[in-house]
Design a protein around this ligand. Structure first.
Ligand code: ARG
Length: 408
């Protein structure tokens, strides 16, 4: 019997061609595996297509809940944003897909797993490193990295073998989609000076034509986890879907970024991440209300480290788990409600409340009810400013630096 390979199958052109190519080149039985993490569309149709092209088996799974609970919300609680811009939608999806490929390979007795990533991007790294960490015994085959076909040649290959070409294949853009966001690259976007044409956007209205009245949303957090929307408890998947619609309607979540890929290339990326944009902003506002300055400062370091780990495909590593343990502990009091205004492409935090808020009205107020002892500030400042005073006296102040005295 032929060896088996489990292929991450999206139903798109490349992975459809890969089914045939793997069977021809490697003489393997291809098991097509499709996970819905919020972007693939019609699962039964994809399954049928895989079998028609020649897969020996086609499996599908709805993985939206596990994606949100075990990947997206962990990243949200860590405020993970790559280079201050990218909420990491694609990057978070890859390790989960890799894990499911590995699980399927073990169940089906396959010797290899396969994915449709090219040799130029981050996704190959995320798949390969995840598989290596989870199942070092499995072989990894990346057809698009091996076959050296251009897009035209891939289309010709499909035509020659009677593989149906998806309408999307005619689009000049490369698009990846899941609940946390949409990633768009290629075509005119490869010129970083060119403004993204309206046609690249699918989830967000242009702020130019978005409603002229704002919507307000209230996000309830429990230990850093979004738990409710406008006072209604919602599971993570529904909450994100609803927010994608609401914020997308107001043009919130468009991101245009020149990004540093792990493989050394700068690339121009467009993202649509309405829910992610709102939730990350709201989560940060919730932390500002419930954590000390020192915690916030330290969390910033954890955030950028965590984001790099996710971006670079290192999800299944010890450091990622260590940081997750820290984040889990650090979110214990990040509980309360954030009120956000969505309007003309903007997402603005306009209100916050928390049962464990560190904001104390009687300390903050300039009006009646002030309990802060202003006279205590005098002594505090005397000590706090002491080093600055001493240094200025000895070495000179602003613009009048003293020369060090020569020792005689
Ligand atoms: N640049 C993003 C990342 O590395 C998105 C990649 C999206 N892939 C795609 N086929 N458009 O995570």
């Amino acid at each position: 019997m032929a060896d088996k390979v489990v292929l991450a199958y999206s139903g798109g052109l490349d992975t459809s061609v890969a089914i045939k190519w793997l069977a021809d080149k490697y003489h393997m039985g291809v098991i097509a595996f499709t996970a819905d993490i919020g972007g693939v569309g019609d699962l039964p149709a994809i399954q049928q297509k895989a079998l028609k092209i020649g897969a020996v088996k086609a499996l599908t799974v709805d993985a939206k809940k596990i994606f949100v609970d075990s990947f997206v919300f962990l990243a949200l609680r860590a405020n993970a944003i790559y280079e201050g811009q990218y909420p990491l939608a694609t990057a978070l999806g890859r390790p989960l897909i890799a894990k499911m490929l590995v699980d399927t390979a073990r169940k089906e007795g396959a010797v290899a797993v396969s994915h449709g990533s090219t040799g130029k991007g981050n996704d190959q790294v995320r798949f390969d490193v995840s598989v290596a960490a989870l199942a070092p015994e499995l072989k990894i085959i990346a057809p698009a990295r091996e076959w050296g076909m251009t897009r035209e040649e891939t289309i010709a290959y499909a035509e020659k073998h009677g593989i149906p070409i998806p309408i999307k294949a005619a689009s000049p853009y490369s698009i990846d989609e899941n609940l946390w966001g949409r990633s768009i690259e290629c075509g005119v976007l490869e010129d970083p000076w060119v403004e993204p044409p309206e046609e690249v956007f699918a989830w967000t209205k242009s702020p130019a034509v978005s409603p002229d009245k704002p919507d307000y949303v209230e996000i309830g957090f429990e230990e850093g986890m979004p738990a409710s929307l406008n006072g209604k408890r919602l599971d993570g998947v529904a909450l994100i879907q609803r927010l994608n619609e609401l914020a997308g309607k107001h043009g919130v979540g468009r991101i245009d970024h020149v990004e540093s890929r792990l493989v050394g290339i700068k690339s121009r990326e467009i993202y649509e991440s309405p829910a992610a944009t709102v939730l990350l902003k709201a989560h940060q506002a919730m932390e500002a209300m419930t954590l000390s300055h020192q915690q916030l400062r330290f969390n910033e370091k954890v955030s950028s480290e965590y984001a790099d780990i996710i971006y670079n495909g290192l999800w299944f590593t010890a450091l990622r788990r260590d940081l997750a343990a820290y984040v889990d502990r650090a979110q214990k009091h990040v509980t309360g409600t954030i009120r956000v205004k969505l309007f003309r492409g903007n997402c603005i935090v306009v209100g916050r409340k928390s049962p464990v808020s560190l904001y104390d009205f009687s300390l903050a107020t300039y009006d009646k009810g002030d309990v802060f002892d202003q006279s205590a500030s005098v002594g505090f400042i005397r000590i706090f400013g002491l080093p600055a005073k001493v240094q200025a006296k000895v070495q000179g102040g602003e613009g009048e630096e003293k020369k060090p005295k020569k020792k005689s």
